[in-house]
Ligand binder design. Structure first.
Ligand code: DGY
Length: 328
């Protein structure tokens, strides 16, 4: 690389990633631990050769224009890239990359954390103890639901759905799954059986969502879907909040149509629907599925390597709009 690209990073990332970037580029990092306001982002991207953006930054045509025609890449620090107008980026010749694979297991692990925490009422039980209410063992105290041997319903059979489902083997669970088409790789890895969405919702004791946010997956789970689920079923969502109609979910929980929900993502983050907050049978986490030291470091390193590759004349590792590269 004979130039030092000018790179903006919209929020502090793990040190190893920033150090690698700074060894090769002129770097400015948003020094404040908060999402930039729109006007700030518009100003900060101006004249940059590359930007590391987050899922909380909306990257649309206006931002790409503000960055300028010299800007070659927006490296998104997430596997999801629904915050980016991909067709605008492709039209303007800007490479967009994401951070797949390195967060697959961490996200699947957190989906399991939510599943167990909800089924066994872990958060409620811990609060009960800390509140000084524990008076001794009780036969009816905080009864939850069995996990081992139950039926796991997976919607979305990609990398994370597959990792999540393959971990069910240890719990001797039957796996059913749904996607736009049957996925032989998923079946080989998990033993899962392709099932239409309605039957999956009727059969599954746990329904876990692993789809990207697209117009076709917006409110994939709403009133009709909850009405099909077992009254003892639990919904897990570690994908994107708008995949679930939050108002409909709160109604289903309050009316006892389903037993519980474990959620890491919300429709209007960081806001959480007040109706959901009122439901005791939920475990609600602040979008931390990939939040481990190792995973967040690896996500940063991939974002940086994508940038370094672009400026060394190599293909980026994880480009999500490869049409841009073909056009070159
Ligand atoms: C992603 O990478 O899309 C995750 O939601 C971040 O935690």
């Amino acid at each position: 690389m004979n130039i030092r690209p000018n790179v903006y990073v919209t929020r502090m990332l793990p040190e190893a990633a920033i150090d690698l970037l700074a060894a090769h580029c002129d770097v400015e990092v948003n020094p404040e631990d908060r999402v930039l306001e729109r006007v700030e982002l518009l100003e900060k991207v101006k004249g940059r050769d590359a930007v590391i953006s987050l899922l909380t930054d909306t990257i649309d045509d206006e931002i790409l224009v503000a960055a300028g025609p010299q800007c070659k890449i927006f490296a998104n620090y997430a596997v999801g890239f629904n915050n980016i107008d991909l067709s605008a980026a492709t039209k303007r010749g800007v490479v967009i990359t994401n951070t797949p694979d390195v967060l697959t297991d961490a996200t699947a692990d957190l989906a399991w954390t939510l599943l167990f925490a909800t089924a066994r009422r872990v958060v409620e039980a811990e609060k009960f103890l800390r509140d000084g209410k524990y008076q001794g063992w009780g036969p009816m105290l905080l009864l939850g639901l069995d996990v081992t041997g139950k039926t796991l319903g997976i919607i979305g059979s990609g990398r994370i759905g597959s990792s999540f489902a393959s971990k069910a083997k240890g719990f001797n669970m039957k796996v059913v799954y749904n996607d736009i088409a049957a996925n032989p790789e998923f079946e080989a890895a998990t033993g899962g059986v392709f099932t239409d969405k309605e039957r999956l919702l009727q059969q599954a004791d746990f329904v876990s969502l692993h789809v990207p946010l697209l117009p076709s997956t917006h409110h994939l789970m709403s009133d009709k879907e909850f009405s099909l689920m077992k009254k003892t079923a639990i919904l897990i969502n570690t994908s994107r909040g708008p995949v679930v109609d939050e108002k409909a979910l709160a109604r289903a929980l309050k009316n006892g149509e389903i037993w519980g929900a474990g959620l890491d993502v919300f429709e209007n983050e960081p806001a959480v629907d007040p109706d959901l907050l009122e439901c005791a049978n939920t475990v609600l986490l602040p979008h931390v599925a990939s939040a481990t030291i190792e995973t967040r470091t690896n996500m940063g390193l991939i974002a940086v390597r994508n940038i370094l590759n672009i400026f060394s004349g190599k293909p980026p590792i994880t480009c999500v709009n490869p049409a841009v590269l073909q056009a070159e």
